[in-house]
Design a protein around this ligand. Sequence first.
Ligand code: NCD
Ligand code: ZN
Length: 371
Amino acid sequence: MDDNAERLKKPYTFLMLKLPGLIDPHVHVREPGQTHKEDWDTATQAALAGGVTTILAMPNTKPPIFDEATLELALSAAKAKARCDYGQYIGAGPDNPDVAASLAPKAAGLKMYLDSTFGELRLDDMTLWTPHFQKFPKSAPMVMHSESRTMAAAILFSAIYDHPIHIAHVSLKEEILLIKAAKEKGIKVTCEVCPHHLFLTSSLRPSPSGRGVGGEGRTEVRPRLATKEDVDSLWINLDAIDCFATDHAPHTLAEKDGENPPPGFPGLETLLPLLLTAVDDGRLTIDDVVQRLSTNPKRIFHLPDQPETWVEVDENAVYEIKAADQFTRCGWTPFEGWKVRGKVRKVVLRGKTAFEDGKVLAKPGSGRNVR
Ligand code: NCD
Ligand code: ZN
């Protein structure tokens, strides 16, 4: 991003690009339980502002989503407040393999937390993984938070139980190479990579005047930001990356700059501008972006068509990312001050203008459950 000055010098000619409604399979909506960070209203406004018309919501809420009652809690809030389409994951717990399997038709999929994360959902003991692999329907998506060696174990489970898995937020060279090798062996594994793991490295240092960071807590995210070699390997092995997903994980600035900063970055509103800027830099094609934000996630997560739905982007609009312009409630972004090229102008969802020129027009409750 050090060619920012160059980017601003490029001549401006208005160029409208039409994209399909984007799909983000990894969003932390925070409702129920932590609506001071985000809720179904603000998360789906942020989604629309980012060109995203479908979000799949993670289950590490308060309480976590792990049975019928908690699923209903999340879905009733979504039904009343969501402004774009949505699905809700169920979390894999030590005691819920049967219940989770029975709720599969109503859920976006099963999320298994096998490594360090934010919230209570975590399956430390490998013996707890087995019943989920045995019982959760093979046709329903299973998403793994599994890093490094845990990822290797999850891929082995996928092969043994012949259950497709989707690996969340891949960040390391060893991980993308392993996924590539597993795919070559015919193992049914797909994966996603987050923009922050494509554009930021662990050398990101807090500097109040610098680009995008304040206190040390603002660099905290799981998986952690990685080395330049890791980041480069993700770009080199782009063909092994099925989806781009934000892992939109809003925490307030006070929390990020406080005593025990929770891990997580917001990402819904910076996803497309960052990727389109990479297109402008010749690192990606528009087709690469559409594959990973629409075609592939639609297939992997078995999502319905959204007729008469599209996103209009002004490809040549150059501007600075500012938290102050965002709809997320969390009030910050790790990309503050970045110069990007490509702005969402308009989003049409099922024939209705849902977002236009900086304003969310879709009403709360207009979003539909994809299941
Ligand atoms: C996520 C969160 O805050 O819910 N944080 C993060 O750093 N990605 C949890 C997670 O996805 O593991
Ligand atoms: Zn997450």
